[in-house]
Design a protein around this ligand. Structure first.
Ligand code: FDA
Length: 306
């Protein structure tokens, strides 16, 4: 289907290089990406964060990128994240402003040791600056390694959270284990295509599962970010009064359902926006198109507009 085809295209590195090195293709795709990416520079991310903070939203900033293949490139990504944490401080963004990142962006695709060393450094630097961190969740093949690095590096740090994907069957156990640590948990449905023995597909059963995971974290009063654009699900959470809990927030991606997030904010709930920036926006764009194929038509319209 369209979603599978898009994910395959997104992962095809030679195709990606060929596409992005063709100026006409790059210029055509960028308007579609602009809907979901604040800009290519850190400055663009910070400026958007300032504007949205002044409107009352909490912020997650993300430097787009994953699966970095060399130690040198991981080091460069680390430098950018450290510069970002400094920029958040300099811009006087609120203390709960969070930097969200993939461990494979800063080392996991090279070695677990490199990811751990970089992660430890980030944890220390952000702690000193009073900024928070959130580890994104990646494909299930990397899950064990991500959890290991997180548990080693974040066991005592409430400012460092982790994302769990509800579609994986094992997430119930992972949630139980992670709630012993102080960090925030972000629950998402799951963006990656997974083997059917590991994960369920979108549908009512997944929504039920998502609800029961949320219920577990809410009843344990664990800091929780519910990251979804699913209006029906949010209405159900509202009906059950779970969104009003002080440790719960609703988080959405920049450019996806801003109307719905605004509505949540006006209803008095804590709301957060995930703001990506950077030149590696191609894969991020493919994810957004793949998880909601009607976006493909919008993207085509964006691309052909003069
Ligand atoms: P679902 O996909 O069921 O869609 C419900 C409705 O939401 C749709 O009918 C549509 O109205 C709207 N919608 C959803 N996606 C849309 C889109 N792209 N454009 C327009 N409308 C859309 N995943 C992961 O595997 N690891 C991670 O670390 C993260 N991190 C993350 C952070 C944040 C803040 C969010 C919001 C999401 C993630 N995700 C993620 C992605 C997540 O797993 C999931 O793929 C998307 O949120 C889409 O699923 P929904 O829960 O929104 O619902």
């Amino acid at each position: 289907d369209a979603s599978l085809a898009l994910k395959a295209i997104a992962r095809n590195t030679p195709l990606k290089s060929a596409l992005l090195q063709t100026p006409a293709v790059y210029a055509a795709l960028w308007p579609a990406a602009r809907r979901f990416i604040t800009g290519e520079t850190r400055k663009a991310g910070i400026e958007t964060a300032k504007t949205l903070t002044s409107l009352g939203y909490g912020i997650f900033l993300a430097y787009a990128g994953e699966n970095t293949g060399t130690e040198q490139a991981c080091q460069a990504a680390m430098e950018e994240l450290l510069a970002l944490s400094q920029a958040v401080e300099t811009a006087s963004l609120p203390k709960e402003t969070t930097i969200s990142f993939d461990l494979s962006h800063i080392g996991l695709s090279v070695s677990q040791r490199l990811a751990r060393d970089h992660f430890f450094r980030l944890v220390q630097e952000t702690k000193e600056r009073g900024i928070c961190l959130m580890v994104d969740m990646e494909e299930s093949d990397k899950l064990e390694a991500i959890l290991e690095v997180y548990q080693q590096g974040a066991a005592h740090y409430p400012h460092v959270g982790i994302t769990l994907a509800a579609h994986l069957y094992r997430t119930e156990q992972d949630l139980e284990a992670l709630m012993h640590l102080p960090g925030k948990i972000r629950l998402v449905k799951g963006a990656y295509q997974e083997p059917e023995e590991r994960a369920m597909k979108r549908g009512e059963a997944l929504d039920e599962r998502f609800l029961s995971l949320i219920e577990r974290a809410v009843s344990a009063q664990h800091p929780l970010s519910i990251a979804t654009h699913d209006q029906h699900l949010l209405q159900e959470l509202e009906r059950r009064k779970w969104l009003a809990a002080p440790q719960v927030e609703v988080e959405m991606l920049y450019g996806v359902r801003p109307d719905l997030l605004k509505q949540m904010k006006q209803a008095g709930y804590q709301t957060r926006l995930y703001l990506p920036y950077g030149t590696e926006w191609y894969l991020y764009l493919c994810h957004r198109l793949a998880e909601y194929p009607p976006n493909i038509y919008q993207a085509l319209a964006d691309c052909v507009q003069p």
